[in-house]
Write a protein that binds this ligand. Sequence first.
Ligand SMILES: Nc1ncnc2c1ncn2[C@@H]1O[C@H](COP(=O)(O)OP(=O)(O)OP(=O)(O)O)[C@@H](O)[C@H]1O
Ligand SMILES: [Mg+2]
Length: 311
Amino acid sequence: MDQAEGLRRLMESENGEVYSRPPFSSILENPSKTIPKVISITSGKGGVGKTNIVANLAYASAKLGKRVLVIDADLGLSNIDVLLGLSPRYTIEHFFRGEKTLSEILIEGPGGILILPASSGISELAHLDEAQKLFLLNEIELFSEDIDILLIDTGAGISSNVLYFNLVAQESIVISTSEPTSITDAYALMKVLYKQFHKKDFHLLINFVLNEQEAKEVFRKISRVVDHYLNNLSLRYLGFIPLDEKLPLAVKKQQAVIEAFPKAPSSRNLFTLAKLLCEKPPNLQISGGLQFFWRQFLHYQSRRDQRGEES
Ligand SMILES: Nc1ncnc2c1ncn2[C@@H]1O[C@H](COP(=O)(O)OP(=O)(O)OP(=O)(O)O)[C@@H](O)[C@H]1O
Ligand SMILES: [Mg+2]
């Protein structure tokens, strides 16, 4: 089983039904169509800086000329809108209730970034069913030609939503701090994605550290365990964000730290990271990405259909 097969399993409904029109199918019909770079920012443990990192990478990427869409996939407990001082009138809850289309919900944030706001305190959204997940991807597809980078703030943990959004992303950036609990939870998340869904490629970004030396030490610790127990998994060091007093100050001002304090140490590293992500070509071969996944998905479906005809 590869990652695409793992994702398909996650997408099958409980009664085994597979949905007929896969999202991003228009990309398959027209392969020359541009597809956005899809990057998930994720963690095992909560409170490690994901939402701030997403907000800043989005803002910096927009400053670098990219068209950015942010999905707040921490669906039941969202806060990227609050972090950026936005008050969305509608949220994803209205979308799933069928009251609003995605374009009616999207709001514009600083630097022109687009944000798909989630709801807070709606427990049903913490566990989307398969039809809802597909419905959402299908609708996002409508925007795929108008965006260069799609950043997903997955929320923390190993819930089915977190796993799902990591599997549809071409690149997953796992955030860890130097705390042992954060390290073990980062490992646990990668282990589930690898063992159950065959996701093999991850980047590690270390937050809340004093310097690069401390960050690399965290990376080495996690790498050692990964090499020992998950030896086909590729884990790459992406960089670090220093512990920076300016960052919580920016949060209080409801601004991205890059916008509020562009010269702050965390801003510098976040900007460098955004440049790296913007310059890097989409990683379609490694994790497969959406396009690859849907090709696998269709392939699987046609095999099912063939089997059906034969029997
Ligand atoms: N490099 C940093 N230096 C100082 N404070 C930081 C840094 N990164 C994040 N913080 C602070 O840590 C807190 C948690 O950050 P954030 O909300 O981005 O984490 P999260 O991973 O999204 O949390 P959750 O899992 O609850 O969604 C915030 O108060 C933020 O100001
Ligand atoms: Mg968050």
